[in-house]
Design a protein. Structure first.
Length: 228
């Protein structure tokens, strides 16, 4: 894992609108699963992987999240006044991350199985790849409605639509952001560009995964953890 990234961007700026009343008074990363905030479940995975420079972006109810993370050797990229989406948020945080490539990770999922960061680090090949996304087979997801996001060819290259769900964790070379002039944009734009060049790959995750982006996901995630 010599070529593995040395920094990670944790996405925590969203409004969490699908969570309804649960995010009326707190940001989604502080919603609890088994009496632990979602972002702490995520940070456990990060800490179990090994030392990484950690940056968390914030926007909605940013002071609450900053207070929760205080004293943890975590840098805060506060997106004010405008939320920047995933691509714009990552671009704004690049001076804090101070390395290339980087991990990025969503903070609204629960994992049961091997550390997804370790899975990516073992599969990462910077000579062939500009991005490597963790992809969960649809049958290994919990509470997923609908089909997958991607398919993998025999070499691991990604294409849109298929039986794999993006698990919200990736390795990305940040040079892909340089040609975008906008401040607000989605990482989907980067992925589509890399798809044209054949430089975006997927890593199939062998464990189980639960999206906690909606209230029903909390109970499903707690059940997944109890039986892990």
């Amino acid at each position: 894992m010599m070529n593995a990234p040395k920094a990670i961007m944790l996405f925590a700026a969203g409004f969490g609108t699908r969570m309804g009343k649960l995010t009326a008074d707190c940001p989604k990363p502080l919603v609890e699963v088994l009496n632990k905030p979602l972002i702490d479940h995520t940070l456990d995975i990060v800490e179990n992987f090994g030392p990484l420079r950690k940056v968390v972006n914030t926007h909605y109810k940013a002071p609450m999240l900053a207070d929760h993370l205080a004293g943890r050797d975590i840098l805060i990229s506060d997106e004010q006044p405008d939320i920047l989406d995933t691509g714009g948020g990552l671009k704004a945080a690049l001076p804090m991350l101070a390395t290339d490539p980087v991990f990025t990770m969503n903070t609204d999922a629960i994992w049961a199985g091997p550390n997804p960061l370790s899975c990516l680090a073992k599969a990462w090949d910077p000579n062939r790849m500009d991005a490597l996304l963790i992809c969960v087979p649809v049958e290994n997801t919990v509470g997923r409605v609908g089909g997958g996001d991607f398919s993998l060819d025999p070499d691991g290259r990604l294409s849109r639509q298929g039986n794999y769900v993006y698990g919200g964790v990736q390795i990305l070379k940040t040079g892909a952001l340089e040609h975008i002039d906008q401040n607000m944009f989605s990482l989907n734009r980067i992925w589509d560009d890399l798809g044209q060049s054949g430089r975006i790959f997927g890593c199939a995750y062998p464990g189980r995964w639960c999206d906690v982006g909606h209230p029903e996901g909390i109970g499903l995630a707690e059940q997944l953890l109890r039986h892990a």
